[in-house]
Write a protein that binds this ligand. Structure first.
Ligand code: 6PG
Length: 249
């Protein structure tokens, strides 16, 4: 694997500016690839404004929907009709109205347990990629979207959990979550998430200030260890910045 570089910090004014800047990065990555494009979405509240924007009349016409495939970096092990289901949120917000059904790739949650679900998704990813070995010269995803939780988790990779140390499997079952919602999870692993041209974290709001402070201090939390083999970007708003550097960048 290529050495993962330090994240690039981009500071924007507020959540609206963040969604706008993130949408522009999505479009730039799409424009850079004339072929089939793979985007790995994330759950939680952070990406919702971006999803709304991508589905809006101003943006949806710019996306070559017939060339883009949509995956998800982690899922709560709940049915697809449950409002907690990450892909269901993305579908309802922008995908169902725009993307061909066969280009939406949810983590299946009808399996017996999260481990089986993880194996099924790994098989799907490997079939899409065309190999069961990740080649550093050929990223699995063009873009991986990420968020950071209050404990420093990203995707469903919680601090101190064995899933964070996984080096071989692409997707793992996570029997217990460290933060709400306390439902089992299924998560892509660090090496699978790293296989992308760009990994883009969206971190906004005053509630994120404590965890962003820890991340900027370089604590070895999953959200710090998650790095693209290409470029990693932390896009943050002013309210999330630690006091000392607020307004200063
Ligand atoms: C999930 C997410 C998770 C999320 C962070 C941040 O399933 O919850 O994928 O990793 O990105 O917890 O969540 P918020 O965006 O809600 O703060």
């Amino acid at each position: 694997m290529a050495a993962a570089g330090e994240p690039k910090l981009i500071v924007v004014a507020d959540p609206e500016a963040l969604a706008q800047a993130a949408a522009e990065r999505v479009m730039a990555l799409i424009s850079a690839n004339p072929g089939r494009i793979a985007i790995c979405l994330t759950g939680g509240s952070s990406p919702k404004k971006l999803y709304q924007l991508l589905g809006s009349d101003a943006w949806r016409g710019k996306i070559p929907w017939d060339r883009v495939h949509w995956f998800i970096g982690d899922e709560r092990f709940v049915s697809e009709s449950d409002p907690l289901n990450n892909m269901a949120v993305a579908r309802a917000t922008f995908l169902d109205r725009n993307a061909p059904a066969g280009h939406i790739h949810p983590i299946p949650t009808t399996a017996e347990n999260p481990d089986e679900s993880a194996e099924a998704y790994a098989r799907k990813l490997k079939a899409f990629y065309g190999s069961d070995q990740l080649d550093p010269a050929r990223p699995l995803f063009d873009l991986v979207l990420m968020g950071a939780g209050p404990d420093g988790h990203t995707a469903s990779l919680f601090p101190g959990y064995p899933a964070v140390e996984e080096t071989a499997r692409w997707v793992v079952g996570v029997p217990k979550a460290n933060v709400a919602p306390f439902v089992p999870r299924v998560s892509l692993t660090l090496p699978a998430l790293a296989s992308c041209r760009e990994m883009l974290f969206e971190i906004a709001g005053h509630d994120k200030q404590p965890i962003l402070t820890r991340l900027l201090n370089g604590e070895t939390l999953p959200a710090v260890r998650a790095r693209s083999n290409g470029e990693t970007v932390w896009m943050v708003d002013q309210a999330a910045l630690p006091e000392g550097i607020r307004g200063g960048r």
